[in-house]
Design a protein around this ligand. Structure first.
Ligand code: ADP
Ligand code: ADP
Length: 220
């Protein structure tokens, strides 16, 4: 059944209604795209999925629980939100090691994910000197660290070099093919058409469509 369940979710910031009664589920084994223009409420929704932001109404359940109720959450849910969350004075290696240690993830996994995202050669460099694309790769490494069955990626191709864009598309499809639940946002239909099998489409915080990519394209 569905792994992620979003029910009647809302978020207001003062007079701004960022998310307005969203209900949808995300199933494993396929990439589900979260499509909507900038400002539609995608990031806010993903932040609420991770308990980083408190809903004004409604709820999110992952395997029937809230994110903060999951034990060792990085082993259940990996997430790439904005790439700015890393201490700039830390190296990529130490950032990941710190995440691994606080989630009881074996230290050897740090080297594995650094290899996987192509950062092994710069793992000892301070994150301060990283390009946007390298920061994005580090965020993806952090998401993959706990080998989680659920992955949330917020605009993962933003700032990536062309090679990185091809790589992340391939990675997401591979993760889904392994039976994981992959939920990825984008403001670009063209990007979703290349990666996703299913689409949750929102506008102004409201659900506009919840359908296969093929049906969405056929209907428009
Ligand atoms: P998206 O990710 O689809 O671009 P966001 O979730 O970032 O959309 O934003 C949805 C709406 O909520 C926008 O109008 C945005 O300006 C507003 N918003 C998001 N975060 C905040 C915040 N922390 N304070 C006030 N308004 C916010
Ligand atoms: P620390 O700086 O935390 O003391 P060390 O340099 O002693 O870390 O290395 C600790 C472990 O991390 C060793 O097993 C080492 O092989 C491994 N390691 C060191 N550098 C890297 C790297 N760039 N990527 C992955 N693993 C590394």
């Amino acid at each position: 059944g569905p792994v992620i369940e979003v029910r009647n979710l809302s978020k207001r910031y003062g007079n701004t209604v960022a998310v307005d009664g969203l209900t949808f589920t995300v199933r494993p084994g396929r990439v589900t795209g979260f499509l909507g223009p900038n400002g539609a409420g995608k990031s806010t929704t993903m932040r609420m999925m991770l308990d980083l932001d408190r809903p004004s109404g409604g709820q999110v359940r992952i395997d029937g629980m809230r994110y903060r109720q999951l034990s060792e959450p990085l082993r259940r849910v990996g997430a790439l939100l904005d790439a700015g969350a890393v201490h700039p004075g830390r190296s990529a290696y130490h950032h990941l090691l710190w995440l691994a240690q606080s989630n009881r993830i074996p230290k050897a996994r740090v080297r594995e994910v650094l290899e996987l995202v192509g950062l092994a050669d710069v793992a000892r460099k301070r994150v301060r000197g990283f390009s946007l694309g390298m920061g994005q790769r580090l965020g993806i490494a952090a998401a993959l660290l706990g080998d989680p069955p659920v992955l949330l990626f917020d605009e993962p191709v933003n700032g990536l070099d062309p090679e990185g864009v091809l790589w992340i598309r391939h990675l997401m499809k591979g993760l889904a093919a392994e039976g994981r639940t992959v939920f990825v946002s984008s403001h670009l239909m063209s990007e979703m058409a290349l990666t996703a099998a299913h689409l949750v489409v929102i506008g102004r915080g409201r659900l506009l469509a919840d359908t296969t990519v093929d049906d969405f394209i056929a209907a428009h």
